[in-house]
Design a protein around this ligand. Structure first.
Ligand code: PMP
Length: 355
């Protein structure tokens, strides 16, 4: 830390992203990326847009919002586009939390929430998940601040039903409830259809997972036009050009071929079922996943050892050295071939331990 670093950030502990190795070839199952590329038309749209790089991007993302509104069955003023969904989440902490309006989220959830709270000097309370890592919705009733729920949750992979989230909304009519749907396209129920009924609901989604665009950084907020206006006040006070023109063009292009993306999601869900069964046969226990990853543990090997041994064999998975989830690993669903190789390597590791 330099002697110039502002006092207000001295205790900030930044988020630690999963490893992105350059050079060494791993089978990379550690950051919940989609193993399939976006539709080929996306590449051409980006190339074409790159010819206009001398111009600033469209601050309104007009075409993209129009395409997305059609796809989600909402209106354009119910949408705000951001630089990944991390950005819309940070905007929500900025817009809807302060020292009198704390944030509430699960003790085991997306690791960025406490970081966003800290950087914005927002107090927060972590609400413990139940022993089986599920959420007790009654723990979220009548809170005195803004609620953040990843649905499905990460890294647990478990989803609440839409009617359960609706109960939380009804019990918090004076609070904003942010539902982070980064993984919703892998089998969970979206709360987008509830935005007209609940003006306290903000849904966030991303193009990173189901639409294979993690590197493009494109996310969105979906909610009542007044909430969206507040979030735009934040956006236009930080960076009106938060979504670059090539990313916006990629987003518009991919929505024209969204059935291709949704087919990939189905393929990933099939591969998930296969992987789940194969890992259970090896003795793994895991939560019921409605995401593109599994959250698994094995009675005969610690989470850290499995992570390290798989890394030695050329596989990256994600281990969180945190209380309550230390025994687990989060394993992204890759292609069928990648998962077959992972299962074979894991089987070998377990056999070597027994020998
Ligand atoms: N929410 C959750 C629960 C996530 O796991 C992630 C991905 N790390 C994000 C949001 C943010 O994803 P992105 O910024 O790529 O949209």
């Amino acid at each position: 830390m330099s002697r110039f670093f502002s006092d207000k950030y001295k205790d900030l502990v930044p988020y630690v992203p999963g490893e992105q190795p350059r050079g060494q070839k791993y089978i990379k199952l550690n950051t919940n990326e989609n193993p399939y590329p976006p539709p080929p038309e996306v590449t051409e749209a980006v190339r074409k847009e790159s010819e206009k790089l001398c111009l600033y991007s469209d601050t309104e993302c007009t075409e993209l919002r129009k395409a997305l509104a059609g796809r989600l069955n909402v209106s354009e003023d119910e949408l705000l586009m951001t630089n990944g969904s991390d950005e819309i989440l940070n905007f929500a902490f900025m817009a809807f939390c302060d020292k009198h309006t704390p944030a509430y989220f699960a003790d085991v959830t997306y690791g960025f929430y406490p970081v966003f709270a800290d950087i914005n000097q927002v107090p927060y309370e972590e609400i413990p998940l139940k022993d089986d890592l599920t959420i007790d919705i009654t723990d979220y009733f009548q809170k005195a601040g803004t609620i953040f729920i990843a649905n499905p949750n990460a890294p647990t992979a478990i989803a609440l039903r839409r009617n359960e989230i609706e109960e939380i909304l009804k019990q918090n009519l004076y609070n904003v409830v942010v539902v982070d749907e980064a993984y919703v396209d892998f089998g969970a129920e979206s709360c987008v259809p509830l935005i007209r009924e609940y003006d306290n609901l903000l849904v966030t989604q991303t193009f990173s997972k189901s639409r294979s665009m993690a590197g493009a950084r494109l996310g969105m907020g979906i909610g009542n036009p007044e909430l969206i206006r507040d979030l735009n006040t934040i956006k236009f006070s930080l960076n009106p050009y938060n979504v670059n023109s090539m990313t916006a063009a990629a987003g518009t292009a991919t929505l024209k071929h969204d059935e291709y993306n949704m087919k990939n999601c189905e393929l990933i869900m099939e591969t998930r079922s296969w992987s789940e069964r194969a890992l259970r046969e090896l003795g793994f226990e895991m939560t019921t996943s409605q995401t593109n990853f599994l959250f698994a543990r094995h009675p005969a090997i610690s989470g850290l050892d499995l992570y390290l041994e798989l890394k030695r064999k050329g596989f990256l998975i994600r281990h969180f050295n945190r209380e309550r989830i230390r025994d687990y690993n989060r394993i992204t669903i890759g292609t069928p071939e990648q998962m077959e190789k992972l299962v074979a390597a894991t089987k070998q590791i377990l056999a070597d331990r027994k020998a």
